[in-house]
Design a binder for this molecule. Structure first.
Ligand SMILES: [Zn+2]
Length: 108
């Protein structure tokens, strides 16, 4: 039995002063993977780490999407999880797509 918790990072070992590096997703892709397959893998990878209340941050401009607030620019209702955002959603600040978002650090 393995219990996987993804939201309780507050009790992790203190690693102060570590800048929230914009981690690039690393997955082993078959050499024959098509663009669509790669996108699907990255999408699955990203969503597997994203819970319904996970705040997501644009790694380009650091805009944060907070599910509790939604996104007025896109008429996204408060309470909409990142995984439920429409495919046409892009960063309201810089216009980059969903794939540019990473889980936001909970530093406070
Ligand atoms: Zn952005």
């Amino acid at each position: 039995m393995t219990t996987v918790k993804t939201s309780e990072t507050e009790h992790a070992a203190p690693t102060a002063d570590v800048a929230p590096a914009a981690e690039s997703a690393s997955v082993d892709l078959p050499a024959t993977a098509t663009g669509a397959e790669i996108a699907g893998l990255l999408d699955a990878l990203a969503r597997s780490r994203v819970g319904p209340e996970t705040r997501m941050q644009c790694k380009v401009c650091w805009y944060v999407y907070d599910p509790a607030e939604g996104c007025p620019e896109w008429q996204i209702e408060p309470g909409t999880s990142f995984a439920d955002l429409p495919d046409y959603f892009t960063c309201p600040d810089c216009g980059h797509p969903l794939s540019s978002f990473i889980p936001a650090e909970e530093n406070d």
